[in-house]
Write a protein that binds this ligand. Structure first.
Ligand code: AMP
Length: 402
């Protein structure tokens, strides 16, 4: 019997998201979430293949009890960690530094390297590591695969990855542009090529991953050559709560004139900036609704957000030289017709336009929304990071076994 199931785990600081996929046909055998781990009233939500959702309160003070609880839910459906159908567990790991350029089977050395990267990803890597350790202990014989958010961006050339700062300082502290959301950029750029009926190697694509976090990437022939996030996920586009690009002098200025500490500046730029900082809301639906009612703060927030998108589309067109497609993805990119319209407005000179009828159509499948005459295809491509993690995990363990 071939084991064809892959469990995908995405461990955040206070939550664990999971999906069990059958790689024969990509069906979801279970989808679930443990949230508020270590906080008041943790909860588990588990939806098996028949759609009959189960919810319960948990005593989940840490990731270990959260993983044990989700394992018990899977076991109740006959799909636990010891199921003979389970081929591997695929873990989302946020930071892989320069060491990890591809998905990697976890052993002690790999764990140690992920641990070494904690200083550059203090919020994410510890939770990811915790998840791997617990899953490993639950079934030591089962392959655990780490799939890194940064891996897709490791093909960026040095001139795109380096900051123009003192080289010795940068090297001593591993300061460079790593990029994030790589699993999504990889999946969406490949799906966009498919939508155009081409191989990834034949097309240049700009991917706009616009969720609560947001990033752009320029992908040339299937390889990432530039992306908007940097050492941390703070750089680049305007996001739900993050500023994106900003003069670092703002931080020095605030330290001098307002006595802001490093942690306070971090909180300001990561949690109280972006759309929330500009207008108090980070949900694009709410911002568009307020804008339609004539709310000036919402209108300005939307204008700043979409102005940044147009700047990046121009810049990445210059980086790529020739663009075949622009793909919108994630919560805002997949759902907000006003954002897509404003992002390409006035960029006819770059060959960019949307067909308004196609743009406002609601659909959950990958589709083109540019007019037939447009030089550059504009696509809406729902991202599927879990499927991508499962696919990479399964490919690795089946290659290793066969
Ligand atoms: P994500 O991080 O990909 O889950 O995206 C979350 C964000 O997507 C939310 O904060 C909203 O701003 C946005 N979003 C979700 N659904 C919609 C929608 N129907 N229309 C516009 N924006 C949406």
């Amino acid at each position: 019997m071939t084991a064809r199931h892959v469990l995908v785990l995405n461990c955040g600081s206070s939550s664990v998201k999971y999906q069990l996929l059958d790689m024969a046909d990509h069906t979801r055998l279970a989808v679930g979430l443990v949230e508020r781990i270590g906080e008041a009233a943790p909860r588990l939500t588990h939806t098996p293949a028949d759609g009959a959702r189960r919810e319960r309160a948990l005593a989940a003070p840490d990731h270990e009890s959260a993983l044990k609880a989700l394992a018990a839910e899977l076991a109740a459906d006959g799909l636990g960690f010891d199921s003979p159908h389970l081929a591997a567990v695929g873990h989302r790991v946020v930071h892989g530094g320069r060491a990890f350029t591809r998905p990697t089977v976890v052993d002690d050395a790999v764990l140690a390297e992920i641990e070494r990267l904690v200083p550059v990803a203090p919020l994410h890597n510890p939770a990811n590591l915790g998840g791997i350790r617990v899953a490993r202990a639950m079934n030591p014989g089962l392959p655990q695969v780490a799939v890194f958010d940064t891996a897709f961006h490791t093909t960026m050339p040095e001139h795109a990855a380096r900051y123009a700062i003192d080289v010795a300082t940068a090297d001593a502290h591993r300061i460079r542009r790593y990029g994030f959301h790589g699993t999504s950029h990889a999946y969406v750029s490949r799906r966009t090529a498919e939508l155009l009926g081409k191989e990834p190697s034949e097309v240049n694509v700009i991917v706009l991953h616009l969720g609560n976090g947001a990033s752009a990437s320029a992908v040339a022939g299937g390889r990432c050559v530039e992306t908007s996030m940097g050492l941390t996920p703070l750089e680049g586009l305007v996001m739900g709560t993050r500023s994106g690009d900003i003069d670092p002098g703002v931080v020095f200025h605030l330290a001098r004139v307002a006595g802001l500490s490093v942690d306070e500046a971090d909180t300001l730029l990561n949690r109280r900036s972006g759309l929330v900082g500009l207008c108090g809301d980070n949900d694009m639906r709410e911002i568009v609704r307020r804008m339609d009612e004539g709310d000036d703060a919402a209108r300005l927030a939307f204008a700043i957000y979409t102005h940044r998108l147009r700047k990046y589309l121009g810049a990445y067109t210059a980086v790529l030289g020739h663009v075949d497609a622009v793909a919108f993805t994630a919560g805002v990119g997949e759902n907000s017709a006003p954002v897509r319209r404003a992002a390409v407005a006035g960029l006819e000179v770059l060959g960019l336009a949307v067909d308004e009828e196609l743009n406002v159509e609601r659909a959950s499948t990958a589709r083109l929304i540019s007019p037939q005459y447009a030089r550059v295809a504009v696509a809406v491509v729902p991202t599927d990071e879990e499927l991508e993690i499962a696919t990479q995990t399964y490919a690795l363990v089946t290659a290793a076994n066969g």
